[in-house]
Ligand binder design. Sequence first.
Ligand SMILES: *Cc1c(COP(=O)(O)O)cnc(C)c1O
Length: 373
Amino acid sequence: MTDAPEIPVRVRPEVAALPPYKQGRQAGADAFKLSSNENPFDPLPGVLERVQGATALNRYPDATAARLRERLAERFGVGTDAVHIGAGSVSILAQLVLATSGPGDEVVYAWRSFEAYPWLAVVAGATAVQVPLAEGARHDLDAMAAAITERTRAVLVCSPNNPTGPIVTQAEFDAFVERVPADVLVILDEAYAEFVTDPDAVDGRRVLASAAHPNVVVLRTFSKAYGLAALRIGYAIGHPRVLDAARSTAIPLSVTAHGEEAALASLDAEDELLQRVRVIADRRDRLAAGLRDAGWNVPEAQGNFVWLAAGDETAVFATAFEEAGVIVRPFAGDGIRISVGEEESVEKVLGIAASVVKNLPEGHAGVRASVER
Ligand SMILES: *Cc1c(COP(=O)(O)O)cnc(C)c1O
């Protein structure tokens, strides 16, 4: 959005009404930036060297990212046609929604969930159908199944759910998919799959292995666990026919050679990856436990972030964090997402969270209620 004067160029009204994308605030030198679910570690061993050696900058990349597709196909035990690479998994989300849903069609997803979902539906010209989260800030898959109509073309399921944290269980997902008509696409967004420690969580690999539901596509990304957010690379695994539709709506050549090379190098460093993921999951568990001890209501946290259900006090609390040197992600009127960052940030967040609770002014009933809820 800009202050520039209006001009008569006609923009689709639903697009004109969209708020501009707001990135998590950039942090000052001495602040912790815990607002974008980024990985606090340096790239995995070998990644920088391989990226530096990746092809000349004057050449276009391989349009199909064939080497990475082959590598992931092997890993998931599928054919290469069942793998599709995108410039971040958000771009694949957009391709799939565009490929399935247009004006008059409905896209069903939980809310609150990933900020991009409402935007994807609007840009496709489709109608967003938001199904409120259930108790514990979890997906209400029964209600989501019930929200499917003959106009529904796509359903988005986010596990673990960004920004609230809980997973969908395998049993819940299996029962849900049984209820979804075979001609409706189910997108299982597993951007945080690597951080999951709950053995009951849905696992896209299991869903794909059963091959019972070719209408399910699994999305994963190198942005979070692999720490390659800057290089924009993610992937989808699913039925080749569905992925062909995504390939048809994709902007060609948007996956760079450097992104592909970095992803390949990262897959070579599996042991180091698992080690870091364990460190982050452990920090997350300590952070969530510490916050609960201080009286905050923190739902199950299975990604690389925790959620404070701050309700109406969200803006006040977020300011308190920022003034103390921690940039968090507030969702107005709803809550605050805090990413799991550097080790030193854990103590810092817990300290701020405790003092916020201690200093709640009298008469701020909403604050106490939200803390104790
Ligand atoms: C971060 C995220 C993604 C993907 O991000 P990319 O960087 O585009 O790969 C997808 N879904 C959710 C829920 C996310 O939080």
